[in-house]
Design a protein around this ligand. Structure first.
Ligand code: PLP
Length: 361
């Protein structure tokens, strides 16, 4: 049996047909920037996440950059970023002219709660990342940030659909940033992203920044750019949104099968809290000292896996800096993402469990 890590060709034909119908409809309507699909997407997401303002944009990286710019973070400022995350989180800080200050994670890859030790007189913001779909403890983090008068930009690129005590990932901070990259839980057929905020002022600043500094055509208030969402992607996302709860049901069911099947293997650490409401089961990351060996073994048996991520950012060329970052480094060396997506079936999960047991036997 060949089991790819993720194969988006496997979308079922009913879904493919809905997407084709949406494309046909949009082709007939002739609106390819802005328009009703974009408005519908923003309003659906505002309702689903209970977010007062949901501002779609070109991709998740832009969403993060727009958030920093809207908060006027730039030259001379420092922003606290976890040492293990997708590169975007740190990249945008450098792009706006500020300095990322890396801090270690906990053993799950979430910004360690003692991040306040990284605060200096230059610190303007902290960027918690809900890595693998698991939410950072936001009540504590928000209280810490408030105490030090820091902005909070949530990187919710991996956590769409996770809620903590009923409040959605991305709706705690000053701005929450989402990505609809095709492999995310809510993924487009291309690139797209979104900023969430409850601030009237930030909402209008972000809207201006992503559309040439204007709210009304030809009335430029500031220097902006074009980071508008592609309307076709908004249309496709509206189709995917209708199926989102069912996608999540599959993810949680498969995650539960993994947990039940893999519990009790001494050399293996399973992801914590993946069945809880504040985890959207984006990635199923196991940890073992024999990671590379296991990855190779699974590949020989036809099972694809991935590593998120093989390097911590302070060890990479553009962001190199000293420091220990022991938990983050451990995870980068021990973590292995197993296939987990709605396009799989139970037989495949059973096969993966059996093969992993065989490896450790
Ligand atoms: C995917 C991702 C992003 C970037 O989103 P894009 O839409 O690919 O630009 C940012 N941060 C994290 C943690 C991500 O996983």
């Amino acid at each position: 049996m060949k089991i790819p890590f993720l194969d988006l060709k496997r979308m079922d034909s009913a879904l493919k047909n809905s997407l084709k119908s949406k494309f046909e409809l949009m082709l007939d309507n002739g609106i390819f920037s802005g328009g009703v699909e974009v408005q519908a997407l923003e309003s659906h997401i505002s309702t689903y996440l209970n977010s007062p303002f949901s501002i779609s944009c070109a991709n998740g990286t832009d969403a993060l950059e727009l958030a920093l710019r809207a908060l006027e973070i730039g030259s001379g400022d420092e922003v606290i970023v976890p040492a293990l995350t997708w590169v975007s989180t740190a990249e945008v800080v450098v792009i706006v002219g500020a300095k990322p200050v890396f801090w270690d994670t906990d053993t799950d890859g979430l910004l360690a709660t003692d991040w306040e030790k990284a605060i200096t007189s230059k610190t303007k913001a902290v960027m918690p990342v809900h890595l693998y779909g698991k939410m950072v403890g936001m009540e504590v983090l928000m209280a810490q940030a408030k105490k030090h008068k820091l902005y909070v930009i949530e990187d919710g690129a991996q956590s769409f659909g996770a809620f903590q005590v009923g409040k959605a990932a991305g709706t705690f901070g000053d701005v929450g940033c989402l990505s609809f990259y095709p492999t995310k839980n809510l993924g487009a057929l291309g690139e797209a992203g979104m900023c969430l905020t409850n601030s009237v002022e930030l909402n209008s600043r972000i809207q201006m920044l992503l559309n040439h500094g204007q709210l009304v055509r030809d009335e430029h208030e500031l220097v902006g750019r074009n980071s508008r969402i592609d309307s076709l992607q908004a249309g496709f996302l509206n189709v995917f949104l209708e199926r989102f709860n069912s996608f999540q049901t599959f993810r949680k069911r498969f995650a539960k099968m993994y947990i039940e099947g893999l519990t009790g293997i001494e050399e293996l650490q399973l992801p914590s809290g993946i069945l809880e409401e504040d985890h959207n089961a984006h990635l199923f990351v196991i940890q073992t000292a024999r990671r590379n060996e296991l990855k190779r073994f699974l590949l020989e048996k036809g099972i694809g896996t991935a590593v998120h991520y093989p390097n911590i950012l302070p060890d990479t060329k553009p962001f190199r800096c000293g420091g220990d970052f022991q938990n983050a480094r451990n995870l980068s060396q021990r973590g292995l993402s197993l296939p987990l997506n709605p396009w799989m079936n139970e037989r495949e999960i059973e096969c993966i469990v059996k093969t992993i047991k065989e490896f450790f036997a």
